[in-house]
Design a protein around this ligand. Structure first.
Ligand code: 26Y
Length: 793
């Protein structure tokens, strides 16, 4: 055979499965068009898909065939799968949730499309150099067999310009948005195969290019070559790069351009499809449901109103009824710094007609509030879509609420919090029924079957096959085997094998050698002060100091632990970068301390992404979900870790609370202050005396003595806690955290009991399937039903 290397084998394999997908994809789309039933459109600026080949093989049910075929050619299937570049078009939780949702929508045979942007550069690749994060561009499109350019599907999108009004024969004035510049949106389609079904849905990603084609020929011919290329590049810039901020709004003009570009192209597409059915406009919400993944696509509300009023000539109120009944809005955060606002001036410049429509939406909304709550000027100011600040700002979350028929949070606590804090006034105005909860979920296909095949097979052998992968509540069948010796033994062996696999990854990527028999303690997620990686690393330092203070005999009795961190910091987030640096500096000292040996290792896994998560998640003994109570809307990795037979140390926050309800209080390690007490504690820091926990003070002293190198670099992290109000309550929770970590050690020593806790927990995780979650959306918000696609005989 001529030179067929691993990459060539990957291409061959991907192209073969892709052919199969194309067939089912075409059939699904034809069937959906023919049935003409209601469809869901999921608008998300982020889809954190990870790799596609393994998922495609498993969903089609042909992985074994591929494995045998590749083996015949002398390849290991794992090596071939690893050739693929992650599709990393997202930052973290919100983007990965969108990917899990696509998997569930297809697996449940629901007619649904995703709409997003085809970024040329996904989330940056993280390198750790001298302990610091360095960002490297992620150019992922070299060879991507999973996308299909649709040069026949394009939309020209307008920006800037001005608005003219004219009076028609009927005396009605219409607005005309004129002038400005055009950018062309080109569709790229990605097939989304369901698991064990022929349904293959579509994810449509838009790419930008100059509307005039390759060059502006007029400029080109008049000799202005450079500027014609510059125009082309300017247009392509729109879809060039994913903004790497997670839960942090920076208000950049290009980001607003991205949002409008994507929203306008998607709506044009959706409306075009609806118009083919020749139905009355009033039927639009019976055919179309659009879900807004956070406020990033909120402009869709304004754009649909514009299409209906300006272009299709509907009356304002009729159009508005259609709009509100079409949209649903999911909120993913209560953090004020993540709530999107755009200045009125920027809107006026970029989208002049949309600003007018927003003002009108706001006017009619405020009038209705005024009627219901007369003489409450403060209420009007509080709920106005326009914030009367300097400069004036458009509050996107308020616009999303006013323009949607349902608003949901992503875990019970979070949904309660938005109703009682940031959106309180809107509950009074619209009534409580508009606000609801849909607790997040994860797809068991990727996060159990694919990431942890041995555990998945062991479970299947006890619950009567793979049906649990489509009905995760069937997991409870394994509780019967919790005392079965052989089952427990295999269970423990699988965890150990997964830990060896992670130990190998750690060795390859960071050079640190860890003992797989140690307790693996994992915190992997975006680096953010509210997620409190600083609490974790301060705890690690405390452990190190405690070990150092022990006699050798006492030390020998301690339980060996590996603290594993991973996650990216937004490039402009200075404090998050300092946290990464401290973790690496602590690792540098601890890992080389001969006295300590295997008792404590500290590793930072560079470039945490979906594919690394698939290796890390199944290898965890205890994972950390330790956000300040009330700050983490849900969390989804908490679900993944427990589903893979790991336990959790966590605060009473987000979905941790519901996980506790399901698995039982004895099977989770909760600590720290409650959300309801956070406000008072913060108040006390600012106005009362703020005492630092004495153990934490010792940790600070060690850092300040230079135990981990440059004290300057870490002083910001210390003063944030000690001198600047400790907004995230690190000091308040430190003692409780340390005590609870001691309980973890104690529990882990009793391996029999530990395994019982793990098996029991997994058996009770059925609730957290994204299938359950998507079914709740389908029934309670979208009103859509499954559509089965027949397989050819
Ligand atoms: C405004 C903009 C810069 C922005 C960009 C990304 C704002 C927010 C985000 C991302 C938010 C996010 O990922 N939120 C997470 O959503 C998950 C899925 O619901 C939750 O599990 C998680 O708690 C929440 O932080």
């Amino acid at each position: 055979m001529f030179n067929c290397d691993e990459h060539a084998a990957y291409s061959a394999c991907a192209l073969a499965f892709r052919d199969r997908l194309i067939l089912e994809w075409n059939r699904t789309q034809q069937r959906q068009t023919y049935a003409d039933s209601k469809r869901l459109y999921y608008l998300s600026l982020e889809f954190l898909m990870g790799r596609a080949l393994d998922n495609a093989m498993l969903n089609i049910g042909q992985k074994d065939v591929a494995k045998a075929g590749l083996a015949e050619l002398g390849f290991r299937i794992e090596d071939i799968i690893e050739q693929e570049h992650d599709a990393a078009l997202g930052n973290g939780g919100l983007g990965r949730l969108a990917a899990c949702f696509l998997d569930s929508l297809a697996s449940l045979n629901l007619p649904a499309w995703g709409y997003g942007l085809r970024y040329r550069y996904g989330i940056f690749k993280q390198e750790i150099i001298d302990g610091y994060q360095v960002e490297v561009p992620d150019y992922w499109l070299d060879f991507n067999p999973w996308e299909f350019p649709r040069h026949d599907v394009t939309v020209d999108i307008q920006f800037y310009g001005h608005v003219n009004r004219s009076q028609g024969a009927s005396g009605k004035t219409t607005a005309h948005w004129e002038g400005g510049e055009m950018v062309r949106a080109v569709a790229f389609d990605v097939p989304i195969p369901g698991y064990a079904t022929t349904t293959t849905n579509n994810l449509r990603l838009w790419s930008s290019k100059a509307a005039s084609g390759e060059f502006d020929f007029q400029k080109f011919n008049s000799g202005d070559y450079e500027s014609s290329v510059a125009d082309q590049q300017r247009a392509e810039t729109i879809s060039a790069v994913l903004y790497p901020n997670d839960n942090l709004d920076r208000g950049k003009e290009l980001r607003l351009k991205q949002q409008y570009f994507w929203v306008a192209a998607s709506l044009y597409d959706i409306v075009r499809r609806f118009k083919k059915s020749k139905r009355a406009w009033s039927e639009f919400p019976e055919q179309v449901a659009i879900q807004l993944n956070d406020t990033h696509p909120t402009l869709a509300i304004v754009e649909l109103q514009r299409i209906l009023v300006d272009l299709e000539g509907l009356e304002w109120d009729d159009a508005w009824n259609i709009v509100v009944n079409t949209f649903g809005y999911t909120n993913h955060t209560v953090l004020p710094e993540a709530l999107e606002k755009w200045s009125v001036g920027l809107f006026q410049h970029l989208l002049p007609r949309h600003l007018q429509i927003i003002y009108d939406i706001n006017l009619f909304f405020l009038q209705s509030v005024e009627r219901a709550f007369p003489n409450d000027r403060e209420l009007l100011a509080r709920v106005s879509i326009i914030e009367e600040s300097q400069p004036k700002m458009v509050r996107m979350a308020f616009l999303a609420i006013v323009g949607s028929h349902k608003v949901n949070g992503v875990a019970e606590l979070h949904s309660d919090l938005i109703k009682t804090t940031i959106f309180k006034d809107f509950v009074s105005i619209f009534g409580p029924d508009k606000f609801t909860n849909v607790t997040n979920g994860i797809t068991p296909r990727r996060w159990l079957h694919q990431a942890n095949p041995r555990l998945s097979d062991l479970i299947a052998s006890k619950v009567g096959g793979n049906d649990f992968l489509t009905d995760l509540t069937k997991l409870n069948g394994i509780e019967l085997f919790v005392n079965d010796k052989q089952f427990r033994k295999e269970w423990a062996e699988i965890k150990h094998a997964n830990k060896i696999r992670l130990a190998n990854l750690i060795k390859e990527t960071s050079g640190v050698i860890v003992n797989p028999s140690s307790l693996f303690d994992v915190q992997v997620k975006r680096i953010h002060e509210y997620k409190r990686q600083q609490l974790n690393i301060f705890g690690v330092i405390h452990r190190y100091l405690t070990l150092k203070a022990m006699s050798p005999e006492e030390r020998q009795k301690q339980l060996p632990r590996v603290s594993i961190f991973g996650g990216k910091a937004a490039p402009g987030y200075w404090m998050a970068k300092q946290i990464i640096h401290l973790i690496n500096s602590v690792g540098g000292v601890v890992n080389n301390d001969k006295e300590i040996g295997d008792l404590l290792k500290v590793v930072f896994v560079e470039d945490y992404n979906v594919s690394k998560a698939e290796i890390i998640t199944p290898a965890s003994d205890i994972s950390e979900h330790i956000s300040t109570a009330g700050t983490e809307a849900s969390g989804t990795s908490n679900m993944k870790f427990v589903l893979n037979g790991g336990l959790i140390i966590g605060t009473c926050d987000g979905a941790n609370i519901e996980i506790t309800r399901e698995v039982g209080e004895n099977n989770i390690f909760l600590f720290g202050n409650l959300a309801e007490d956070v406000e008072d504690l913060r108040h006390a820091h600012t106005y009362g005396s703020h005492t630092i926990d004495p153990d934490l003070a010792k940790v600070f002293a060690a850092i300040e003595e230079g135990m981990f190198g440059s004290t300057e670099d870490f002083s910001g992290m210390i003063t944030a806690v000690r001198d600047h109000g400790d907004f995230y309550l690190v000091s308040d929770d430190f003692h409780s955290y340390i005590e609870t970590q001691a309980l973890v050690d104690e529990a882990y020593r009793d391996q029999e009991e530990w395994v019982t806790k793990c098996i029991t927990s997994v058996s009770r995780m059925g609730f957290f399937s994204s299938d359950r979650c998507i079914s709740e959306y389908a029934e309670g918000i979208w009103n859509i039903e499954p559509l089965h696609v027949e397989r050819d005989a």
